[in-house]
Design a protein around this ligand. Structure first.
Ligand code: KIV
Length: 277
């Protein structure tokens, strides 16, 4: 590729082709400026329904709406030029039947330009995944800890330990067989994530899973230290932007109170020769 050639955004089939190859890099994203920052570094961004907790102060993802996903999807799309965008189907917009899922997935793709949607669930969502894929909607599946089911899972617990490993493996195989182009594995034992990665033909995207997955994803506000309400064990903070922002705002408040800000370089003159411009 020449130095000036623009990288084409990957398609779901390009992500699928990365199975077993160079690790796939992804992060969640909710805004235009953050999309511009991460675009050169990631293969795909996920407009995750975690937006409800991270940016809207909700206590879970259950109350996230189609309107929120579409608004944030549109904002993210404006900041991307070389990464693919996947948008989450929110709770209650796809579980009823495949037709409901298609209607809402098609609306998200039409109104945001998303290259694919993500939905939570394994074997019980396989029929819906097949229905969507057959009708032109690429699907990323999400199994293990599925935060939209937090009220039936009984909390944000590790999934697939002990006897539950077999069921999780069956979920992974079912979504792959139904046509999903990738599967997110959230909060599962590392050894199980490695076995799933070895046994399913589609890329596994780990979050709280294993470095052996075909790719990784994190919530961007978690890894930048911007979301500090709590920190899951699987989150590594690569920066402390929340602390930096707090210090900068405290400094601004001090400068305002001391009448140090605005300084002469920040104010406008009345065109007096030699005065501020
Ligand atoms: O909504 C989200 O952020 C997600 C990731 C945790 C995979 O689904």
């Amino acid at each position: 590729m020449s130095a000036t050639a623009k990288k084409r955004a990957p398609m779901p089939e390009d992500i699928l082709a990365r199975k077993g190859g160079e690790p796939i890099v992804s992060l969640t994203c909710y805004t235009t400026p953050m999309a511009q920052i991460m675009d050169p570094h990631v293969d795909f961004v996920l407009v995750g329904d975690s937006v409800g907790m991270v940016l809207h102060g909700l206590t879970s993802t259950v109350a996230v709406t189609m309107e929120m996903m579409i608004l944030h999807g549109q904002a993210v799309a404006r900041g991307l030029s070389s990464a693919m965008m996947v948008v989450d189907l929110p709770f209650g917009t796809y579980e009823e039947n495949p037709e409901q899922a298609f209607r809402n997935a098609a609306r998200i793709m039409r109104e945001t330009g998303a290259g694919a949607v993500k939905l939570e669930g394994g074997r019980h969502m396989a029929e819906t995944i097949r229905f969507l894929v057959q009708r032109g909607v690429p699907v990323m599946a999400h199994i293990g800890l599925t935060p939209q089911s937090i009220n039936t899972l009984g909390g944000y617990k590790v999934q697939g330990r002990g006897a539950a490993a077999q069921a999780l493996m069956a979920d992974a195989k079912a979504v792959a067989e139904a046509g999903a182009f990738a599967v997110v594995l959230e909060k599962v034992p590392a050894s199980l994530a490695d076995r799933v990665t070895a046994e399913v033909p589609i890329p596994t995207i780990g979050i709280g899973a294993s470095a052996g997955c075909d790719g990784q994803i994190l919530v961007v506000d978690d890894m930048l230290g911007l979301f500090t309400a709590f920190k899951a064990k699987f989150v590594k903070r690569f920066a402390t932007l929340g602390e930096d922002a707090g210090a900068a705002i405290a400094d601004y408040a001090r400068a305002v109170k001391a009448r140090e800000f605005p300084g002469p370089e920040h104010v406008f003159g009345d065109a007096t020769p030699g005065g501020p411009k």
